[in-house]
Design a protein around this ligand. Structure first.
Ligand SMILES: Nc1ncnc2c1ncn2[C@@H]1O[C@H](COP(=O)(O)OP(=O)(O)OP(=O)(O)O)[C@@H](O)[C@H]1O
Length: 119
């Protein structure tokens, strides 16, 4: 039981290290962190409700975690096939498409939350 807990804690440590690595090295996630901070300031300024906070935190997390998966897929693609290949282009485009869908979802959530506060 103790070794199970130790193993899980070690896993959390690696995951935390990965999140820090992602934020330190990936420009797109740095932009998303900045947008996340701006949205958090807006949420505090407009005193959005608990439900709106839940939706906003979910939207920020969705975009950042999808971007993390996209970064990992790009890294695997570059590692297994550094040269140009149509299939690699297809894989990278699909992964980027997932980030795009998450970003559109987040924008829709943002519009639904802030529209009543602004207009
Ligand atoms: N090895 C390759 N073979 C074919 N097409 C590629 C290859 N590498 C990149 N591409 C094409 O270029 C696009 C951009 O790829 P790249 O790896 O530069 O990602 P990116 O969007 O610039 O990523 P990021 O800015 O997150 O680093 C891909 O979506 C794909 O269409």
């Amino acid at each position: 039981m103790i070794s199970f807990i130790k193993g899980r804690l070690r896993g959390c440590g690696y995951a935390f290290k990965g999140a820090i690595l992602l934020i330190k090295t990936e420009p797109s996630i740095q932009v998303q962190v900045t947008i996340g901070i701006i949205m958090t300031c807006l949420g505090l300024y407009f005193k959005i409700s608990s439900f709106e906070w839940m939706l906003q935190i979910f939207a920020i997390g969705l975009v950042m975690s999808t971007e993390g998966m996209n970064t990992a897929i790009e890294a695997i693609a570059d590692f297994i096939h550094p040269d140009f290949h149509n299939k690699i282009g297809f894989i990278k485009d699909i992964a980027a498409g997932a980030v795009f869908i998450a970003a559109i979802t987040a924008v829709c959530i943002g519009v639904f939350i802030y529209w009543p506060y602004l207009f």
